[in-house]
Design a protein around this ligand. Structure first.
Ligand code: SF4
Length: 306
């Protein structure tokens, strides 16, 4: 898969084994920036021991507001042998007793992740696998690597390809992300538990409200309700903070206004979503250094009394 790489929608056909890298610049070996128990995901993903997160370096998108740019854009991290990745997964499961293995932006490395988990699974060490993704995926790849996705934690970020191209250099994002979400919903179905750390299967769709583009978040919620179901757990996030190239690129150089955010929150209610989380506008944490990774747990359950 990495000598003619077509893992993501770009389908570069890069020969990563021989050093001819593709758009994401991922090499032949899995490159990891950091790993450890993580407590910043939605509550069903994070129990007392946290989610066993592995943050992979490189990314198939290049978002101008990326808050992970040191490793996503610049590739900080370390190339690992498969056995080293196995040891990380083992530590997360056995030493830290995390509730799941949380693969953060793993797409270029899926063959390596499968190879790394194989010996653990053979020993009977098994955790649910969280596939934590920007949404820019190929349904074919998700199908091929079905064993690496028990819980999908997936973004629906744009409904307009021109925005996706300008903000994330991701041609065809809308169709790709929607096909991926539809596939995941049809294969995994609703989240099987809402108690902290108890989810073992299902889908959470994240909607990060972007400044000047609240209409796209609303359009995606409408699409999700119509084409999948309003039974999907949604996670609407207000925490966008300008960073990196966005600091000089309007409208991404500002935070989301309360009015924009309220429009999206109201649309979620209007479309009948009853499961998930709507992050309180005031809970936005300007010091967050990881978009989508530090949301406050347990806040703003959709449909809860004010
Ligand atoms: S994962 Fe990387 S190399 Fe493979 S198709 Fe996507 S961008 Fe190209």
């Amino acid at each position: 898969m990495t000598s003619n790489c077509q893992l993501c929608p770009r389908r570069c056909q890069a020969d990563r084994e021989s050093g001819r890298l593709g758009f994401c610049q991922a090499g032949p070996r899995p490159r990891v920036f950091r790993w450890g128990p993580h407590f910043g995901e939605e509550p069903p993903i994070c129990g007392d021991a946290g989610s066993g997160a592995v943050f992979f370096s490189r990314c198939t998108m290049k978002c101008l507001y990326c808050q992970n740019s040191p490793w996503s854009w610049r590739g900080e991290g370390r190339d690992l042998e498969i056995s080293e990745l196995t040891a990380i997964f083992r530590d997360l499961a056995v030493k830290h007793r995390c509730g799941n293995w949380n693969l953060v932006s793993p797409t270029p490395y899926l063959p390596a992740v499968r190879a790394a988990l194989a010996p653990l699974r053979a020993e009977g060490i098994r955790l649910p696998v969280v596939f934590n993704s920007s949404g820019y995926e190929r349904a074919e790849t998700l199908c091929e690597y079905r064993d690496l996705c028990d819980i999908a934690l997936v973004d629906l970020r744009y409904a307009n390809d021109a925005t996706a191209l300008a903000a994330s250099c991701a041609p065809g994002y809308t169709a790709a992300a929607r096909a991926a979400v539809k596939h995941l919903w049809e294969t995994l179905g609703p989240l099987d538990a809402e108690e902290p750390g108890r989810a073992t299967r299902g889908v959470i769709v994240r909607v990060l409200v972007l400044p000047g583009h609240a209409d796209e978040a609303i359009e995606n919620l409408g699409w999700l309700a119509a084409e999948c179901s309003n039974e999907v757990h949604i996670s609407v996030m207000s925490q966008y903070a300008p960073a990196f190239e966005a600091l000089k690129t309007p409208p991404f150089d500002r935070v989301v206004t309360e009015e924009e955010y309220e429009e999206v929150a109201e649309a979620a209610a209007d479309f009948g979503f009853e499961h998930g989380w709507i992050q309180g506008f005031g809970s936005r944490d300007a010091s967050s250094d990881l978009v989508g990774e530090n949301m406050s747990a347990g806040e703003g359950t959709v449909g809860a009394a004010p």
